[in-house]
Design a protein around this ligand. Structure first.
Ligand SMILES: Nc1ncnc2c1ncn2[C@@H]1O[C@H](COP(=O)(O)OP(=O)(O)O)[C@@H](O)[C@H]1O
Ligand SMILES: [Mg+2]
Length: 419
């Protein structure tokens, strides 16, 4: 038996880590090339480490390093020195954030709305800044930049995340108010897209789920359960762009935001190192996310998949630069590169053979009492007491819908059982 240890680097969340651990436990050993493989899951603690220490982990799912630099530096060490497989690697995310994703997508010919980066409003905290800025910073006309982009527009941090510092701006007064408030944040101005549909896609390894997103709703209502809400071409394009950006940057666990208007697909937010996978926000889509996470990690470990940190940008740029090729044809070629990077075919074969029992196993678990306890515990941890009943009923309703549809899809009657 080959044993693999999966490490979880966690902040405050407890819902998906419990779900992930439980599904792996129920799955048991998985048949691989050299015989059966078994998986242990551990939560990683923070402590001093020698750079030559050997880690206990074969794969790490990171939810912490985007703000906590002790684990971030540890991740760099284990990626570089010990070839630990990471979702995600700080080498791909620390230097490659939203701004880098915009640049890559524009270079590849995608329809990123017009975007301008403006220098800091306030001096940054560095003793060299005042002298350097006085000598080299050019004065600039913020109003003229905004007018050229056209109102309405968005002002938002170049690296983004969780809507921090994002504002929608209708005129010069709002423009200056937002810029004054931006302080030491580095900001983009971006043309607003007056979209028909907001599509949010969650990608985990070779899989992508595109969901209809309602950004103005409270958290628990943002993901609408609606199938086929995009015209088929636009749906395919959203999936392809998500896979393309993820393959390009070697991002394996990421959520992407696309605005769709009249069949045109505009990517606006493609770099989320720690995508939301909370049960309370994903609800109906939570089982899909947990299965995808289990399948991808098991696939990576059992097949000995190696992390690749070199970006091979030239292979993508060669397609972008092909003179006679249409946008659609380029997307088709990008998709081939992305599917090759994620070993999509091999992954699908692996899931169909070695993980064939996963769908029924997860359906049994979601139908049974253990999952319901997790649901109740999660609501109790997330919402104030007077809202518990309402949210438990809300979530149970959505999970029952998932169970009905999944039962029909699999043609399998779930067995309601506990442990
Ligand atoms: N160009 C745009 N056109 C229309 N809406 C936008 C645009 N940019 C951002 N938004 C809105 O602002 C929200 C936050 O912006 P986003 O770029 O996703 O930042 P964050 O990284 O903080 O999520 C988006 O979910 C969307 O609702
Ligand atoms: Mg966003």
């Amino acid at each position: 038996m080959t044993r693999h240890t999966i490490g979880l680097l966690l902040g405050t969340e407890d819902d998906w880590p419990s779900a992930f651990t439980e599904i792996l436990r129920r799955l048991g050993p998985v048949e691989g090339p050299g015989g059966p493989h078994a998986f242990d899951v551990e939560r990683i603690t923070i402590e001093p480490f020698s750079l030559r220490d050997k880690p206990r982990y074969d794969l790490v799912i990171d939810r912490l390093a985007y703000w906590y630099y002790v684990p971030r530096e540890w991740l760099k060490k284990v990626a570089m020195m010990d070839s630990v497989y990471l979702l995600n690697s700080p080498f791909t995310f620390q230097s490659m954030e939203k701004h880098a994703a915009y640049c890559a997508m524009m270079r590849l010919g995608l329809k990123v709305p017009e975007t301008v980066l403006v220098p800091y409003k306030n001096p940054i905290d560095n003793s060299r800044y005042v002298y350097t800025a006085a000598r080299y910073n050019q004065p600039f006309d913020l109003d003229a930049i905004a007018q050229k982009i056209g109102y309405p527009l968005f002002m938002k941090p170049y690296d983004g995340g969780a809507w921090r510092g994002v504002s929608r701006i209708r005129d010069a007064t709002e423009l200056h108010a937002a810029y004054d408030a931006s302080g030491e944040m580095l900001m983009h101005l971006q043309k607003a897209i007056d979209y028909d549909v907001f599509a949010r896609s969650l990608s985990i390894g070779a899989e992508t789920m595109v969901m209809k997103f309602l950004p103005d709703q409270p958290m628990h209502l943002r993901y609408a359960v609606e199938h086929d809400f995009l015209p088929p071409d636009a749906g395919l394009e959203v999936v392809t762009i998500s896979k393309l950006v993820n393959a390009f940057f070697r991002w394996e666990f990421n959520s992407c935001e696309t605005l769709v208007k009249g069949g045109e697909v505009y990517p606006i937010d493609y770099a989320n190192a720690c995508p939301d996978v909370a049960l309370t926000s994903l609800h109906y889509y939570f089982p899909w996310a947990m299965k995808a996470l289990v399948k991808w990690t098991v696939f990576a470990l059992v097949t000995g998949r190696r992390a690749r940190l070199d970006l091979e940008t030239d292979r993508y740029f060669a397609i972008a630069d092909e003179p006679g090729m249409s946008y659609g044809e380029k997307l088709g070629e990008y998709r081939k590169l992305a599917d090759a990077y994620f070993d999509t075919e091999l992954y699908q074969d692996f899931c169909a053979t070695s993980l064939a029992r996963l769908d029924q196993l997860v359906l049994d678990w979601i139908t049974g009492p253990d999952f319901d306890q997790l649901l109740v515990r999660t609501v109790q941890a997330v919402y104030p007491e007077h809202e518990h009943d309402q949210f438990i009923a809300h979530l149970r309703g959505l999970m029952e819908l998932w169970v009905r549809e999944e039962t029909a899809r699999l043609g399998y009657q779930p067995v309601k059982k506990g442990d």
